[in-house]
Design a protein around this ligand. Structure first.
Ligand code: FES
Length: 111
């Protein structure tokens, strides 16, 4: 099998948000703090036609991001911006960050 980077992928994303939804049997974890609800809210926003995000944005679960006691944890690429201490009702904060990333990308491309 050969591997190759997908640098020419026409489906390239302008914003890719990962939300840790990991559930641990013991100890603190994002899954026990409402991470699935937060992920679902962002997924709904990403698919809302009125937002116009379309295929430019993707929202995914992630496994443990290594800051379990500080969860809920999320990370946005390509910015490489991290959040800790999120709760299930913090969708507006992440929505604003995604929109900001899209706006900056649009500016880079000349408006
Ligand atoms: S369980 Fe979310 S960072 Fe570890």
């Amino acid at each position: 099998m050969q591997f190759a980077p997908m640098t020419k992928d026409p489906r390239a994303l302008d914003a890719h948000l990962f939300i840790c939804t990991n559930v641990k049997a013991n100890g603190e974890c994002c899954g026990a703090k409402g991470a699935a609800e937060l992920r679902d809210a962002l997924k709904r926003l990403s698919k809302d036609p009125s937002k116009g995000w379309g295929r430019r944005v993707r929202v995914n679960n992630s496994g443990c991001l290594g800051h379990c006691e500080e969860g809920i944890v999320a990370v946005l690429y390509p910015d490489g911006r991290w959040w800790t201490g999120l709760s299930s009702v913090d969708a507006p904060q992440l929505e604003a960050a995604v929109q900001d990333a899209l706006d900056r990308k649009k500016e880079e491309l000349g408006g």
